[in-house]
Design a protein around this ligand. Structure first.
Ligand code: ADP
Length: 329
């Protein structure tokens, strides 16, 4: 296959928005596949900010040596206010043009894809998005890069909290990330054997929850854990505590897992997903695909129009929700 690429391109790649473990593995796959097929690859530092500031450098095979196992992103990531404006995007385009970059691969979440879509609508640039976010909230892929590592990070922490909860006969309310999505909460809640999981996709019945917790207490449960998704309509972990503390016979503590969920070495699953999607993003660019996100659905590679990744709602399988209820009685 080497040397058969008649569609050689100059391709820029950046990581944007919230960091997710596996972004480095994605970059490695993009850069190695791109160079294998004789494309020229430029790395852009700090997401759209680096694009506007002209922080653009050609990458080589050795730029990505030994990074598959590292969390974070060696190109760094950023949130960039200027990119929301037409002036900011004009600067970004000028910098792409000056480097001869005709195609752009953006690894990030829905915000990053919205920005990419704006740029592609305004200028003659080809672009593909790769789903890199811990939230697993993008339509068009079963899993996003970084989600599996995040839920494993969260589980490790929750298991430790369970030990202390049991030692003191306490109820812990643990808040996890996920923005408007309940995926992290649901999957960590099931994995940790939580007594209750509060997610934005379902109504959080706090009265029913209190009855269930007290039943468990009477039955002799030594600890209870409630996982709250940060976007739940009942509020954050402290809000839930204040709403239930006078209604249950438990000593309640709150723990917000926060940023420890993001980083660390990517899991095997995230390394595989990142490698596959990074590799496929280059093939999509070479096949002249445009304004699409590359994802995996039912184990098959799938391209989804960028706009659908945020306008269509990714559903949580109700079977998981029902199962979580039954397993936590
Ligand atoms: P994520 O990609 O993780 O969802 P953000 O929502 O912070 O992260 O988006 C990352 C960056 O993408 C923003 O800082 C901004 O530069 C750009 N961006 C987001 N939404 C838009 C938009 N509607 N128009 C232009 N750029 C956007």
């Amino acid at each position: 296959m080497r040397g058969v690429n008649t569609n050689k391109k100059t391709i820029g790649v950046l990581t944007s928005g919230g960091d997710a473990s596996g972004m480095n593995a994605t970059l490695r796959a993009v850069i190695r596949t791109g160079i294998y097929y004789e494309n020229k690859i430029y790395g852009i530092q700090r997401g759209y900010q680096g694009l506007i500031d002209g922080k653009i450098q050609e990458l080589t095979l050795s730029s990505v040596s030994n990074i598959i196992k590292n969390g974070g992103t060696f190109l760094q990531t950023a949130r960039c206010k200027e990119f929301y404006s037409t002036d900011g995007r004009k600067k970004a385009y000028e910098n792409l043009k000056n480097h001869g970059i005709e195609s752009l691969i953006v690894i990030g979440g829905d915000g990053s894809f919205k920005g990419l879509n704006e740029l592609l609508n305004e200028y003659p640039i080809q672009g593909i998005g790769v789903p890199g976010t811990i939230d697993n909230d993008l339509y068009g892929t079963d899993y996003t890069i970084g989600f599996d590592t995040a839920i494993n990070n969260a589980l490790e922490a929750i298991d430790k909290i369970r030990d202390t909860a049991t030692a003191h006969s306490r109820l812990f309310i643990i808040e996890v990330m996920g923005r408007d999505s309940g995926y992290i909460a649901l999957f960590t809640g099931i994995g940790a054997g939580a007594e209750e999981i509060l997610i934005p996709e379902t109504f959080s019945d706090l009265k029913g929850l209190c009855e269930k917790l007290d039943k468990g207490h009477k039955r002799g449960k030594k600890s209870s854990i409630i996982i709250v998704a940060e976007g739940d309509e009942a509020g954050n972990a402290f809000d839930v505590k204040s709403k239930i503390e006078n209604l249950v016979d438990w000593n309640i503590k709150v723990s917000i897992l926060g940023h420890l969920q993001r980083g660390g070495s990517p899991t095997a699953f995230d390394r595989l997903l990142a490698s596959r999607l990074g590799y496929e993003s280059i093939l999509s660019i070479m096949n002249n695909e445009n304004k699409k996100m590359i994802g995996m659905v039912n184990n098959n590679v799938k391209l989804t129009p960028l706009e659908e990744t945020w306008t269509r709602k990714k559903q949580i399988d109700n079977a998981y929700i029902k199962m979580a209820e039954i397993l936590s009685i």
